[in-house]
Design a protein around this ligand. Structure first.
Ligand SMILES: NC(=O)c1ccc[n+]([C@@H]2O[C@H](COP(=O)([O-])OP(=O)(O)OC[C@H]3O[C@@H](n4cnc5c(N)ncnc54)[C@H](OP(=O)(O)O)[C@@H]3O)[C@@H](O)[C@H]2O)c1
Length: 250
């Protein structure tokens, strides 16, 4: 079902390549968007692009998500800007260097902060608002990396896996208030985050990911793998017995 022109959409981490692609689709349908980001210039560039593409209104707010007090304020501002929200997409994240996380407590904790705790801090006031309004959709980008811990990125995987479990509980709670919680699990997507990785056939474009994210939100899916082919891949990876899995170099 295409979103109608009155749809009110919050995007946290709106300068993310995947989030910006998703927001473009909402803009083309004339939605009203509230965007947050920590880089003012890039945030304004995304906002301008969405205005040109047909958004009915675009508001912006600066937010570094590690500032929890500010997060709470901005979530309230986003809720008030259009007198409520229909969709909240939470997209920010960083891909930490696993070796550095193993060597430094600070790096490991930072990775958990940005990829997990910051989102819990955002979702706590937001979930209460949606619950009281008795409708709407909260969509959060986690990762296939959260499905199983691997030696090459288990700190990031732990953050995304923890987030996945948090969203599962939130979905169960908010279901009874008519609110949908969508867990989005991308595999490899060609964005600035993965610029340092060697690209292979499993990489998807940010545009494709954006389309799939939009579709998953509009269909009010519980969990969506982005693109879809990660669903069977991760089913196999999850099914491998631990006694076998621990021997692999992944
Ligand atoms: N690309 C992949 O292969 C892949 C795979 C699985 C999951 N994901 C997840 O997909 C989501 C979107 O990432 P992407 O691939 O679109 O990468 P991206 O373009 O690099 O976007 C990452 C975004 O996170 C923002 N961010 C990071 N730390 C922040 C902070 N402390 N406060 C506010 N914003 C912060 C960045 O802001 P700045 O612009 O200011 O840096 C940027 O907008 C992330 O949650 C990521 O973990 C990505």
């Amino acid at each position: 079902m295409p979103p109608d022109s009155s749809t009110r959409v919050l995007v946290v981490g709106a300068t993310s390549a995947m989030a910006a692609e998703t927001a473009r689709i909402y803009a083309a349908h004339g939605a009203r968007l509230f965007l947050t980001g920590r880089n003012g210039q890039r945030l304004e560039a995304v906002a301008e692009d969405l205005r040109v593409r047909g958004a009915q209104a675009v508001e912006t707010a600066m937010l570094d998500v590690t500032d929890h007090r500010r997060s709470e304020e901005v979530m309230e501002a986003a809720w008030s800007a259009f007198d409520g929200l229909d969709v909240a997409l939470v997209a920010h994240g960083v891909l930490p260097d696993q070796a550095r996380c193993q060597a430094s407590v600070a790096d490991a904790v930072d990775a958990l902060e940005v990829n997990f705790l910051s989102t819990v801090a955002l979702l706590t006031p937001l979930a209460n608002r949606f619950e009281a309004a008795r409708g709407g959709c909260i969509a959060v980008i986690t990762s296939v990396a959260g499905d199983r811990g691997r030696q090459s990125n288990y700190v990031y995987g732990a953050a995304k896996g923890g987030l996945d479990r948090f969203l599962q509980g939130l979905r169960n709670r908010l279901f009874h208030a008519g609110v949908t919680v969508v867990t989005l699990k991308p595999g490899f997507v060609d964005t600035p985050m993965t610029a340092g990785l060697k690209q292979g056939p499993l990489f998807a474009s940010a545009r494709r990911a954006g389309r799939a994210i939009h579709r998953a939100i509009e269909r009010r899916r519980d969990v969506a793998y982005i693109p879809w082919f990660w669903h069977p891949i991760m089913a196999i990876i999850r099914a491998l017995p631990e006694a076998v899995f621990k021997r692999l170099r992944l």
